[in-house]
Design a binder for this molecule. Structure first.
Ligand SMILES: O=C1O[C@H](COP(=O)(O)O)[C@@H](O)[C@H](O)[C@H]1O
Length: 238
């Protein structure tokens, strides 16, 4: 594979996998290893994963990893404000592709709540996330073609607060440019405190977005920029 010159910030690690299958398996093995380390160190482990279209093969591979899943808690970096039965639900995706077999023993804490408003749903999720064994041990982020990560979308109302590194909020309402527009996102402050931070992306389009984010000077325009620093490891495949 040709060398890719990205001029990454100090401490940001880069792995180019040869294929989506190799990426899914390799990433799952690394995540499992980090979860085992957290279990050995803390007695429990907290994993936050992303949704969307990309992570299916990774979630499938991770569900087959030998782990004491009964001591692992799983949450989401973000969610669409739709019930779990909806095809766009990130919780539904995680239940179908990760929480099966031995991995069904993990405690799952989703972000969706059928509240009267998105604000109220975010407040409920904020409280529930606060009951998890924070910080997040392993975070797996994805990235959209517009430079969003989690549901930190460019120009979303409330983005400055969601990206505020000093914010005490754990979960906030967010708005996407595409349907379902109403979202819930963990805050940058909470996500960036994760012990292990991984960004998994696929294809030349997302590589171009990553390059644009690295070159941009504004997190509001390219929210993924907020995470392009140590200890992030970026995992890409063509
Ligand atoms: O809407 C979302 O988009 C991003 C990227 O998703 P993908 O479909 O391009 O893989 C994802 O990381 C996020 O969790 C999701 O809610």
């Amino acid at each position: 594979m040709a060398t890719i010159d990205l001029n990454l910030p100090a401490g940001v690690r880069w792995t180019a996998w040869e294929s989506p299958v190799a990426q899914a398996r390799g990433l799952a093995a690394q995540v499992a290893e980090q979860l085992r380390a957290a279990l050995a160190e803390r007695g429990h482990a907290l994993l936050a994963v992303s949704g969307g279209r990309s992570p299916v093969a990774f979630l499938e591979a991770l569900s087959g990893e030998a782990l004491d899943w009964s001591r692992v808690s799983v949450t989401l970096a973000d969610e669409r404000w739709v019930p779990e039965s909806h095809p766009d639900s990130n919780a539904g995706l995680v239940r179908r592709h990760l929480l099966k077999g031995a991995a069904a023993n993990a405690l799952f804490c989703g972000l969706y709540h059928a509240a009267a408003s998105l604000d109220e749903a975010a407040a409920i999720a904020d409280r529930q996330i606060g009951e998890l064994p924070l910080p997040i041990d392993v975070l797996v982020l994805g990235m959209g073609d517009d430079g969003h990560t989690a549901s930190l979308f460019p120009a979303s109302p409330g983005l400055p607060e969601a990206l505020d590194p000093a914010s005490a909020r754990r979960c906030l309402p967010a708005w996407a440019p595409s349907v379902p527009r109403q979202r819930l996102t963990l805050s940058r402050a909470l996500l960036a405190a994760s012990r292990v931070q991984l960004l998994a992306i696929q294809g030349d389009g997302k590589l171009a977005t990553l390059k644009a984010a690295l070159a941009a000077d504004d997190e509001q325009r390219m929210p993924v920029r907020a995470f392009l620093r140590a200890p992030l490891s970026i995992h890409w495949c063509p």
